[in-house]
Design a binder for this molecule. Structure first.
Ligand code: ATP
Ligand code: MG
Length: 220
């Protein structure tokens, strides 16, 4: 079995879930630079891919399973509808998808007056749906990172971006003015693998389900 995931926060936050399933990972991709990582379970290996490529590996069956943010899954689904089975919210890599503007920009007034907003974002699909539901006209400008810069140099009036502590927004004199949705990472499963290798995958799915449910309960 092959599990696709990205290095960084998703890898780090997946380790405890794997441990709960009795799986140890000997190497950290951050240091080893290896893209295929064995685990203590001879039947399970990890592959390390870009966060936004995880759904692609799983959809084509190059990985049986993957872990990806809801943000990534929404954008992927827009281009490849119906390909992925999404059984479990893992409750990891949690943040919020928000609209943010420069401090002092009157967002409510701009929206109320029916102004046409220029919005820069990596999350074009989620942003399009959000503003369409509000009846706000937007010109969406696709970026691949550092969205915070766009309103500061006149590329856009607003951004749609992921926010966790708000530190990056504050550092760039931006404020979140609207919550679009909470984001967490999901387990996705290749449909065919579930049919042909369901018996092998199921214990891992069950362990992930149990360990991620425990993450919902406030520690105290
Ligand atoms: P890349 O760095 O390769 O462009 P990325 O920025 O999407 O990709 P990560 O920063 O590792 O990669 O983010 C992976 C996932 O973690 C995102 O898709 C999102 O669901 C979640 N995430 C992103 N930023 C945060 C954050 N500040 N706090 C919590 N979770 C986050
Ligand atoms: Mg990132």
């Amino acid at each position: 079995m092959t599990l696709a995931l990205s290095k960084g926060r998703i890898f780090e936050e997946t380790l405890p879930l794997l441990a709960a399933a009795g799986v140890e990972v000997a190497e950290n991709p951050e240091h080893s630079r290896k893209l295929i990582i064995p685990t203590s379970d001879p039947a399970l290996r990890l592959i390390i891919v870009r966060a936004s490529d995880v759904p692609t590996y799983v959809q084509y069956g190059a990985a049986d399973l993957g872990i990806a943010g809801k943000d990534v899954l929404i954008e992927h689904a827009a281009e490849h509808p119906g390909g992925l089975y999404q059984p479990i919210d893992l409750n990891i890599a949690k943040c919020r998808l928000c609209v943010a503007v420069p401090a002092g920009f009157d967002y409510v007034k701009a929206v109320h007056q029916g102004a046409r907003l220029r919005v820069a974002t990596k999350y074009v699909q989620a942003a399009r749906e959000h503003f369409a539901a509000k009846g706000v006209y937007v010109d969406l400008i696709k970026l691949y990172g550092s969205m915070e810069l766009a309103p500061l140099v006149g590329l856009a009036d607003a951004i749609v971006d992921l926010v966790s502590s708000g530190g990056t927004l504050r550092a760039n004199n931006l404020v979140a003015v609207e919550d679009i949705m909470p984001i967490s990472s999901r387990l996705v499963v290749n449909q065919a693998a579930l049919k042909t290798r369901g018996a092998r995958l199921q214990p891992l799915l069950d362990a992930f389900q149990k360990a991620s449910a425990a993450l919902c309960i406030p520690q105290g």
